[in-house]
Every structure is written in structure tokens, then in C-alpha cells.
Design a protein around this ligand. Structure first.
Ligand SMILES: *Cc1c(COP(=O)(O)O)cnc(C)c1O
Length: 234
């Protein structure tokens, strides 16, 4: 059995830290959405978290997201995909998620658009572009310099809606380096916003994990993806 009270305490503590970081950046706590990353947690702990009032859940592996969405069936969860999406897993994922954080190529965006069209969704599927902000060779994501040229085609994909950018700090254990990465992502967003076609609004910045979400919020995150801090001691 999961320690329900401990999960609720962790959630309260994380929310409190979010509120204080937002205040330091001159924003309200409502300006930051907490996505609870459940990839490490067993299903009882996830249920406890939902019961404690957290309804935005993120998984990095599509199959695990599907399984958990099935297992939690009736509960009101908004699912976020935060990890790499292979094209053969797009159609099943599109039917479940509220937001895809990890669109890392225009080829994938085309596949998501096609599946969203086939699923006859009422509204376009919200998507973030994942940016390899630290420009590490082995990491997924658009190179920062490649997004500008991709925007016109992305704007023509009617069944998805690009809402912003997502990234991970290259060296999450180094606070100064993480801050520099988050700052670069925000500046990139600001530059791209000026030139983006009118139907693309880059309002969302998904950045910050357990070790660095307060820094990310100070640098302008609107969505933080927090896993281990919520399940500590559970
Ligand atoms: C696992 C994961 C997180 C959460 O990591 P924690 O350090 O446990 O908070 C956030 N974002 C992505 C993309 C992840 O894969």
C-alpha cells in the first residue's frame, strides 16, 4: 500500500515551493502548472496523488502511459507525454493525451497531425516542441537554430497546435548551468514568438524537474515536470 499521507505531504510541499519560486519571479502560483511525473511510482502511489488533488500526470514512455490510462480508467486525469514518441506509437497516444511535450522533429509533428485528423478530435491537439537546449549530441530535440525554419510548415498542420517549448537542463546537478539553459530557452521562445506565424503562440515553457524546478520557475517556466520529489519516502 502506498503511504497516502506522505504523498499528500510531498504534494503540498512541492506546491509550496512552486508558489514561493513564482512569487520571487513576480508571478502568481496559478501561472505555473505542476505535471506530476509518475514513471517511478507504483499505481497505488499514483492513485494517492490523484486523491490528493493532482490531476496532471506525465509519463515518459508511451506504453506505460497507455497502461496507466487504462488502469486508472474513470479518474479525471490529464495525461502528458514527456518522453520520446516513436511514430508507430503516435495514433494510440493521440487518443489519450492532453499535451505532448516532446515533439522533437517536424516528421513526428506530421504524424501527430495525421493521427489527430483521423481521430476526429474536436480541437487541435496541443503540442510543445522539445529543444536540445544544451546542444548535446545524444539528446532528442530540435537544435535551437532549426526551429525558425520549421515554423511555417508546423503552422500549416491544422490538427495540432504548437503551444510552446520544452527542454531539460544539460547538467541538472549544476544550478548555474541549469539556469543558463533555462534562460536560453526563454530567450529562444521570445525571439521565435516575434517571427512565428499568427496561429502559433509560444506561451508555454515546460522546464524544470525535481532538482531544478525552482530555478526554472524563476526563469519563466509555465509548466514544471516533477517526479521523484513527489514520491520521496513513499
Ligand atoms: C523523469 C523525467 C522528469 C522528472 O524527473 P525528476 O527528477 O524525478 O523530477 C521530468 N522530465 C522528463 C522529460 C523526465 O523524463
Amino acid at each position: 500500500m502506498a503511504d497516502v499521507r506522505r504523498v499528500a505531504e510531498n504534494l503540498e510541499h512541492v506546491r509550496d515551493r512552486i508558489a514561493r519560486a513564482a512569487a520571487r519571479g513576480g508571478r502568481s502560483k496559478e501561472a505555473v502548472t505542476l505535471v506530476a511525473v509518475t514513471k517511478y511510482a507504483d499505481i497505488d502511489a499514483v492513485r494517492a496523488l490523484i486523491e490528493a488533488g493532482c490531476h496532471d500526470l506525465g509519463e515518459s514512455r508511451p506504453q506505460q502511459l497507455w497502461q496507466r490510462a487504462d488502469a486508472l480508467g474513470g479518474t479525471a486525469v490529464r495525461w502528458h507525454l514527456i518522453g520520446h514518441l516513436q511514430r508507430n506509437k503516435v495514433s494510440r497516444t493521440v487518443g489519450i493525451v492532453t499535451l505532448i511535450h516532446s515533439c522533437d522533429s517536424t516528421r513526428l509533428a506530421r504524424a501527430v497531425d495525421e493521427s489527430a485528423a483521423a481521430a476526429q478530435r474536436e480541437s487541435p491537439l496541443p503540442v510543445l516542441l522539445e529543444v536540445n537546449i544544451a546542444e548535446e549530441p545524444a539528446k532528442h530535440g530540435y537544435a535551437p537554430g532549426d526551429i525558425s525554419a520549421a515554423l511555417p510548415e508546423l503552422a500549416r498542420l491544422d490538427h495540432l497546435q504548437i503551444r510552446g517549448l520544452m527542454a531539460m537542463a544539460g547538467r541538472p546537478d549544476d544550478p548555474a548551468a541549469a539556469r543558463a539553459d533555462f534562460c536560453r530557452l526563454r530567450q529562444l521562445r521570445d525571439r521565435l514568438s516575434v517571427e512565428a506565424p499568427p496561429n502559433i503562440k509560444l506561451d508555454e515553457l515546460s522546464m524544470g524537474m525535481s532538482g531544478d524546478f525552482e530555478i526554472a520557475i524563476e526563469e519563466g517556466a509555465t509548466i514544471v515536470r516533477v517526479g521523484s520529489a513527489l514520491f520521496e519516502g513513499v
